[in-house]
Design a protein. Structure first.
Length: 221
C-alpha cells in the first residue's frame, strides 16, 4: 500500500469512528417524575399507587404495592407515549426500577406493547434489585421480542410496524414477588427514543471519507 493510500485510510477511519460516536437519538417521550406522576397509572392487583418527590434516581418516582390476588400488575404509560410511534422502530425503551425486597421472585413479561390489534412482549433475564436497576431494550426484530406472550413467535419488523404505527398501550411490569406480604416497586426515568441518526457534521465527514476511499481504489486499479 502506497504512502498516499495509507494517508487516506488514516483519514477515513477516524471519520467512520466519529459517526458512531456522534449519532443522535431523538427522545420521543419521557417521564422523569420530577414534579408529579406525569399521567402514569397501573393495571391489575395493586394499591396505593402514587408519586414520591424523593428517593428517585434522582428526584421523584412512582410506585405501588401489590394486593396479592394473583394477577401481575403493571405500570401503564400515559398518552404521551402512545399513538403513532413509528419513529421508535429501531430505537430504545429504557427505564429504572427497584424493589423493596427480592425474595420469592418469578418471571413474566416485563414490557408489553399493544397496537394495531397485535401484542408484543419482552422478558429481561434479570429482575430489579433493591437499588435502582437500569433496563434498556431495542425496538426491532432479533432482540428477543415475542408475539402474544413470552412463548410466542419471534416478532418481526412488520410486527413492530403494526404495533408502533398505532400504539395503544405500553405496560412495564411492577410486580416481581410471588409471596404474600410487603411487596412493592418504584419506577423512574422512562425514555422512548427514535433510532439514532448521524449528526450532519458526522455525515459530511463520512461522505468525504467514502469519496477519498473511492479515489484511492481507482488509483490502485
Amino acid at each position: 500500500m502506497t504512502p498516499t493510500i495509507l494517508t487516506l485510510y488514516a483519514f477515513v477511519l477516524p471519520a467512520l469512528l466519529a459517526v458512531s460516536f456522534t449519532a443522535r437519538a431523538d427522545v420521543l417521550a419521557s417521564s422523569t417524575f420530577d414534579t408529579d406522576a406525569e399521567g402514569w397509572t397501573f393495571i391489575n392487583d395493586a394499591r396505593n399507587f402514587g408519586w414520591s418527590g424523593s428517593n428517585g434516581n434522582p428526584g421523584g418516582n412512582v410506585g405501588a404495592v401489590d394486593i396479592g390476588t394473583g394477577e401481575t400488575w403493571y405500570y401503564v404509560a400515559p398518552t404521551s407515549f402512545l399513538g403513532d410511534m413509528s419513529a421508535a422502530f429501531g430505537g430504545m425503551l429504557s427505564y429504572d426500577l427497584r424493589q423493596e425486597r427480592t425474595t420469592g421472585q418469578f418471571d413474566n413479561s416485563d414490557v408489553i406493547l399493544i397496537g394495531g390489534g397485535l401484542t408484543l412482549v419482552f422478558e429481561f433475564d434479570y429482575n430489579p434489585g433493591t437499588d435502582w436497576t437500569g433496563y434498556s431494550v431495542k425496538l426491532v426484530s432479533g432482540t428477543g421480542w415475542r408475539v402474544g406472550n413470552v412463548l410466542g413467535a419471534n416478532a418481526g419488523d412488520s410486527d413492530f410496524a403494526t404495533v408502533l404505527g398505532d400504539l395503544t398501550a405500553l405496560y412495564i411490569r411492577g410486580e416481581y414477588r410471588n409471596v404474600s406480604g410487603f411487596d412493592n416497586s418504584r419506577l423512574d426515568n422512562v425514555f422512548l427514543t427514535a433510532a439514532p441518526v448521524p449528526e450532519p457534521a458526522s455525515a459530511a465527514l463520512l461522505l468525504a471519507g467514502l469519496v477519498l476511499t473511492g479515489v484511492a481504489a481507482r488509483r490502485r486499479s
